[in-house]
Design a protein around this ligand. Structure first.
Ligand code: HEM
Length: 400
């Protein structure tokens, strides 16, 4: 069954076959050694219980080197030991405290009315045209959300959308290998960092109630160097962008494939929070995170050596039948849904409440405005081990 299977090969995820392989791994080889292939060898954990255990044990399974599969594993990750996602223990806590307050449900609630207006406008435009690429339709929502928290002025949001798409839209590993795409990504990335530097200078002169001001204060108190602050800006844009965008696209696809669920939600909006949780579980926009063993450790009888990498496939955990009834069914009335789509343990998604709010108001507006949605062609999926997403999804939308 596992001959020729390489979990680090983005092409592995281009068909639903990967779901069958993960089921096999959960049942027969839950701590699996993926030999050298696309990438140097690494371990994979696939059951709910093991994914949770590894993510919670930051002392044994470190984030400090890197936190996903990919080239940075062997060429070195510029964020290693510096970025929030790439630190452990006390330093991680210290960094998280710099930005924590901006992400509480109370802090983000004030963004709701204007985020709702962005979704409404995007859907109305799509309805006017009748047909659209839904990946573009929802693109502004996540960027606008995080841009507002950062304190990026509204007139620059479309610029930021363009730069983030060029800089980070490289989640497709087919695209990443093209030298011209790499060069334009590097250029866009450099522009983003300069943009951040400029905004920090403005906030130093005139502080405001936003995240960029927090980053300036953290530099003044000696917590962050200037480059660290810029990396932080980068991380917040990256973390909040593609995941949420593809979550929204995946949500529409799931509802198109299960129209009875769509009818249920339109008939009873009290199901919205459960629908968001089910979208996160079923779509799992983030496929895995990576940890590095700090010491030799035994897991289910397999010896993981110090220094070896462990991929935590929470996308597989979210389909584990030991925890979720009928795991491959999209069911917004699911009573028990402790999904791991937003991670768990110390690195649990900082933007969890924001992502939840974005997806909830997106679904709410979709219910209000859209009567039916039809796929015009099979969606083009991103070739990525990291993001479960789409290059494009052409749909026809009809008004409610
Ligand atoms: C559907 C949307 C989202 C998904 C599926 C998602 C998923 C995740 C996952 C799985 C992690 C754990 C990473 C790890 O353990 O190494 C994480 C962490 C993180 N997420 Fe999200 N995320 C989403 C939305 C957001 C948003 C809107 C933001 C806003 C900025 C955000 C910012 C972050 C940050 C900064 C971290 C690192 C936290 C830490 O290392 O302490 N995410 N996210």
């Amino acid at each position: 069954m596992l001959d020729h299977i390489d979990l680090a090969d983005p092409r592995f995820f281009s068909t639903p076959e990967h779901l069958r392989v993960f089921r096999y791994l959960r049942d027969h080889d839950p701590v699996h050694w993926n030999p050298d292939g696309t990438e140097p060898g690494f371990w994979s954990v696939t059951t709910y219980e093991d994914c949770l255990a590894v993510q919670k044990d930051g002392a044994t399974f470190s984030s400090a080197g890197t936190n996903t599969l990919g080239q940075q594993r062997w060429t070195g990750d510029e964020g290693a030991g510096r970025m929030l996602t790439h630190t452990d223990g006390a330093r991680h806590t210290e960094l998280r405290q710099v930005v924590n307050r901006a992400f509480t449900p109370r802090a983000i609630a004030k963004l709701e009315p204007y985020l709702r207006s962005i979704v409404r406008q995007a859907l109305e435009e799509a309805l006017e045209h009748g047909e659209c690429d839904f990946v573009d339709t929802v693109a502004l929502l996540p960027v606008a959300s995080i841009a507002a928290l950062l304190g990026v002025p509204q007139q620059d949001w479309t610029l930021l959308l363009r730069l983030t798409t060029a800089a980070f839209g490289s989640a497709d590993q087919d695209v990443q290998t093209s030298p011209s795409a790499r060069a334009s990504a590097a250029r866009a990335h450099a522009q983003l960092l300069l943009y951040c530097q400029d905004l920090m200078q403005q906030r130093r002169r005139r502080p405001a109630d936003d995240l960029v001001t927090r980053l300036v204060e953290a530099q003044d108190s000696g917590l962050l160097g200037e480059e660290d602050a810029m990396l932080f800006f980068d991380l917040l844009l990256l973390g909040g962008n593609e995941t949420t965008r593809h979550g929204a696209v995946g949500a529409l696809l799931a509802f198109m494939e299960a129209p009875e669920q769509w009818r249920l939600l339109r008939g009873d909006r009290s199901l919205l929070p459960a629908a968001v949780a089910e979208v996160l579980r079923y779509v799992s926009p983030s496929r895995h995170v990576l940890r590095r063993a700090e010491r030799d450790v035994e897991l289910r009888g397999r010896l993981i050596r110090a220094g070896q990498d462990v991929a935590v496939w929470h996308s597989s955990a979210n389909r584990d039948g030991r925890v979720f009834q009928d795991p491959d069914t999209f069911d917004i009335t699911r009573a028990h849904n402790p999904h791991l789509a937003l991670g768990s343990g110390p690195h649990y998604c900082l933007g969890a409440a924001l992502a939840g709010m974005e997806l909830q108001l997106f679904l709410d507006e979709l219910c209000d405005l859209v009567g039916s949605a039809t796929l015009l062609e099979p969606p083009a999926r991103l070739a990525s081990t990291v993001i479960n997403g789409f290059k494009g999804m052409r749909v026809r939308l009809l008004p409610a």
